[in-house]
Design a protein around this ligand. Structure first.
Ligand code: SF4
Length: 92
């Protein structure tokens, strides 16, 4: 039996895939690797948010399973603290 998901309730409309009244937008680059990504007919959507891009606009997505979101003092996201510290060590 096929695995059921919330996307079973999604419907194809002219505007795109629609779920619970929201038009779903496909995931963004930053979502790569997140466990909440679901593939529907070859397109990839987030099972938590209809607009993944909006979740990354002001920092890392707080539901992401693949990154530990960290903000620095200016509110910028530090997704890879290791690289940042190496750069700091080189004095840049
Ligand atoms: S939970 Fe966040 S990071 Fe994961 S797919 Fe959804 S929007 Fe992207």
């Amino acid at each position: 039996m096929a695995k059921t998901s919330i996307f079973d309730h999604a419907e194809r409309t002219q505007e795109g895939l629609k779920l619970n009244g929201f038009i779903l937008h496909q995931i963004v680059e930053q979502c790569e690797g997140c466990e909440r990504i679901h593939t529907v007919e070859g397109e990839r959507y987030c099972s938590s948010y209809p607009q993944p891009a909006a979740k990354w606009r002001h920092g890392a997505c707080n539901f992401a399973t693949h990154v530990k979101a960290d903000m620095d003092k200016e509110g910028k996201v530090k997704v890879n603290p290791l690289k940042a510290s190496k750069r700091a060590a080189r004095g840049r």
